[in-house]
Design a protein around this ligand. Structure first.
Ligand code: VGL
Ligand code: ZN
Length: 234
């Protein structure tokens, strides 16, 4: 049984507890009308069996389906390359996962993937996408790859996403999807540059992880002020 004496002894503690709770409220992770969920490239080609499979990429689907109903604004991105795209190794007679220099700088060369209209470019069949307001297609310019949902890899060509979100008075974006170390990473970094508060839901992402790219993404998030959370915090 708690005695009155015991309660008064705890008063100091309850003051500091109040502060902690208050602080947490300032950084609430509960999505409201100023938050958007960006679901990055949850497409067949990035799932097991796909042309550019991300290990266990399909595992993000159930997690994303579970958290999506918490958001009023949902944007899907879709990697959407024309045949013969400059990011394809086959366009350069080169090996997949080698690098080349394109007019905007170094570019990793990938197996042909997410070709416009192909089954591989479709969203994973189990991804619940009906409540998404917008699908941003990217990587459509034959000579420019696009990892980020905001800017193509020349860092100049815009997808229009920033303007869309700002028009809806979105202040904070939550990123999930594929791949953690490429399209999610560059989307999150650009979101910060565009002055959105930026959160990556790491367990709702999977990484390609080549040459330490997953750790490089985590370090970059620390440096650039991207908050990394688990979906259970939502
Ligand atoms: C991606 C490599 C090439 C991605 C897209 O979605 O992370 N990675 N195209
Ligand atoms: Zn691509």
């Amino acid at each position: 049984m708690v005695s009155p004496n015991r309660i008064s002894v705890d008063d100091d503690f309850s003051d500091s507890l109040y502060c902690m709770v208050n602080n947490q409220e300032d950084f609430s992770l509960t999505p409201d009308q100023h938050d958007a969920l960006l679901i990055i490239d949850v497409q067949n080609d990035f799932c097991p069996g796909g042309a550019l499979e991300v290990p266990a990429g399909d595992e993000v689907v159930a997690i994303i389906n579970r958290i999506a109903p918490k958001f009023q604004t949902i944007v899907l991105t879709q990697d959407w390359h024309p045949p013969g795209h400059a990011s394809f190794a086959s366009s350069h007679n080169a090996d997949p996962f080698s690098t080349t220099t394109l007019h905007y700088g170094e570019q990793t060369l990938w197996p042909d993937h997410c070709v416009q209209g192909s089954t591989g470019a479709n969203f994973h069949a189990d991804l619940l996408s009906d409540s998404a307001a917008l699908v941003i297609r990217k990587g459509m310019h034959p000579g420019i790859d696009s990892y980020s949902a905001f800017f193509e890899n020349d860092q100049t060509t815009t997808t229009g996403l920033s303007g869309y979100l700002k028009h809806l008075d979105i202040k904070r974006v939550f990123c999930a999807g594929l791949a953690f170390d490429f399209c999610v990473r560059f989307t999150a970094e650009d979101a910060v540059k565009e002055n959105f508060e930026t959160v990556v839901i790491e367990n709702a992402c999977r990484a390609i992880d080549m040459d330490g790219s997953a750790d490089a993404a985590r370090e970059s998030f620390l440096r650039s002020g991207v908050t990394v959370i688990d979906s259970t915090s939502l």
